[in-house]
Ligand binder design. Structure first.
Ligand code: 2AM
Length: 489
């Protein structure tokens, strides 16, 4: 074992342990530390035995065991525990040492901590780590942000342990790990990743509901559809596991999925994404609807009660099932494109707001492997941003524009069939509504502005006058000519 460790890792829950084992397997020596020391002993005597991993029994011994500049990665519970550990570490660290938070941190905390630690002469990294327990062990997607000066010092470690995807010659050498941007940018991008994950999952669930309820397909038939979809542009980890879920039988030979209660849980990252979009004024409709879909699913008792009181249409389908399934595939693909276009818009708006220079093509590349939303499709996004790093909206690039245009007839039929049959498809339909709004030159917001001006004198701009000139009308003859620039209602 080297006399000094390359990195220290704090927090021996399963993600932390797996990251340590992954680092060690790539030739790095790691010091392991945990608040409760018993976990260190158990790890050193167990999974870490015989490996280049040393245990530390205090923060002091942890720091003393590290080569300089020291690198300490925290994999502890997000929130106060991270701040507490930072405070414990600071007295032992020297200028230029690096603290890395790899937990599920909300990005404003990483913005704050970067500034705080830089003010003390230290460097900070907030990084998203995606791919679950298996990813942590075998190759996660790693999205780093914080003090840019720290990047060259940790690049080798993180790119070595990350997932890899193929280069243009088919060799699995391109790391799904890159520098995203300053301060909380890494955790921001991880948050958007999770929001997109919510959307992708909900789209698949809506497709399942239509196949089951409208077409009357059974689990085996649905399994075959997803297996086929996975050979198309929808090729992705989530479609792949969905196919496996439909093949999985309970002890009595029945599909397990049909026995699972239909109430979805959530840990809050989808909600953060939606709230951030509202804060920044970005129409992130699909992800927001996927969060609300989980919320309505959680109201099981209310839904069961309502289902007994409120009636809907009878299910009726006399079309061609194979044709409908192909339309459905196109609908999922088109809606997914809308979702990613919206997610990228959110990142672009955040970049403006927080003064980040985000690496958009690199983000698509980081998501190509290792993480939950990994898919072939992300290669196309990378190509689009490589061709035009200042791209405003993915829907305007040739590949995505052509795909959505050629899918839209099928997409509209699917949404129409769902609406006629009374099947809730919040994401498939709201994505279509967004798409139609986005491609409409004149929306009815002229009337909205008139209403605002009527009741609140909020003023409006005119089509026959230059932008930036505001008008107020005395709509009723009562009131006055005073606009809300002087008073607000
Ligand atoms: P523990 O084993 O001592 O509980 C995941 O929960 C990891 O975060 C565990 O390693 C846990 O340490 C650590 N953790 C949770 N809350 C913490 C806190 N307030 N301070 C330090 N570590 C904490």
């Amino acid at each position: 074992m080297k006399s000094k460790s390359d990195i220290g890792l704090v927090g021996l829950a399963v993600m932390g342990e797996n990251l340590i084992l992954n680092m060690e397997s790539k030739g790095f020596t790691v010091t392991a530390y945990n608040r409760s020391y018993s976990k260190v002993e158990k790890f050193i005597e167990g999974r870490a035995k015989g490996k280049n991993i040393r245990g530390a029994d205090s923060v002091k011994t942890l720091v003393e065991s590290l080569a300089t500049p020291r690198k300490v990665m925290l994999m502890v519970k997000a929130g106060q525990a991270v701040d507490d550990f930072i405070e414990q570490l600071i007295p032992f660290l020297d200028q230029g040492d690096i603290i890395i938070d790899g937990g599920n941190t909300h990005f404003p905390d990483s913005n704050r901590r970067t500034e705080y630690l830089e003010s003390k002469g230290l460097l900070y990294i907030g990084t998203g780590v995606s791919g679950g327990e298996e990813g942590a062990l075998k190759g996660p997607s790693i999205m780093l942000g914080g003090s840019k000066k720290a990047w060259p010092l940790v690049k080798d470690i993180f790119q070595s342990i990350s997932a890899k995807v193929a280069d243009e010659n088919g060799n699995e050498v391109v790391p799904c790990c890159d520098w995203v941007g300053d301060a909380g940018a890494g955790h921001f991008v991880k948050m958007v990743h999770n929001g997109i994950e919510y959307g992708d999952m909900q789209l698949i669930c809506e497709a399942y509901q239509l196949m089951k309820v409208v077409l009357g397909l059974n689990a085996d038939e649905i399994q075959k559809v997803f297996a086929h979809w996975n050979t198309t542009e929808l090729d992705s980890y989530l479609i792949d596991i969905t196919k496996d879920i439909f093949a999985f039988k309970d002890e009595d030979g029945e599909p397990l999925v049909e026995k699972i209660l239909d109430t979805a849980g959530q840990k809050g990252t989808g909600k953060w994404t939606g709230v951030t979009a509202l804060d920044l004024g970005v129409p992130l409709t699909l992800i927001a609807d996927s969060v609300f879909a989980r919320c309505i699913s959680a109201k099981k008792e209310q839904r069961v009660a309502a289902s007994k009181v409120i009636s809907g249409p009878e299910i009726h389908f006399d079309g061609d099932k194979a044709e409908f399934i192909e339309n459905l595939r196109q609908a999922v693909l088109a809606a997914k494109i809308v979702s990613y276009a919206q997610g990228y818009m959110l990142m672009q708006e955040a970049a403006k707001e927080f003064n980040w220079e985000l690496n958009y093509g690199g983000i698509a590349l980081m998501w190509r492997g290792g993480c939950i939303i990994r898919s072939a499709f992300l290669g196309k996004i990378k190509e689009a941003y490589d061709a035009d790093p200042k791209l405003e909206n993915l829907l305007l690039t040739p590949y995505f524009k052509d795909t959505v245009e050629s899918s839209q007839a099928g997409w509209r039929k699917v949404v129409g069939t769902a609406v006629t049959n009374g099947i809730a498809i919040p994401c498939l339909s709201s994505a279509l509504t967004y798409f139609d709004g986005f491609r409409t030159a004149r929306l009815p917001a002229n009337l909205l502005q008139a209403q605002r001006d009527y009741f609140g004198a909020h003023t409006y701009e005119r089509t026959d006058k230059p932008r930036g000139e505001f008008f107020h009308t005395n709509w009723t003859g009562r009131g006055g000519d005073t606009s809300s620039t002087t008073y607000d209602v």
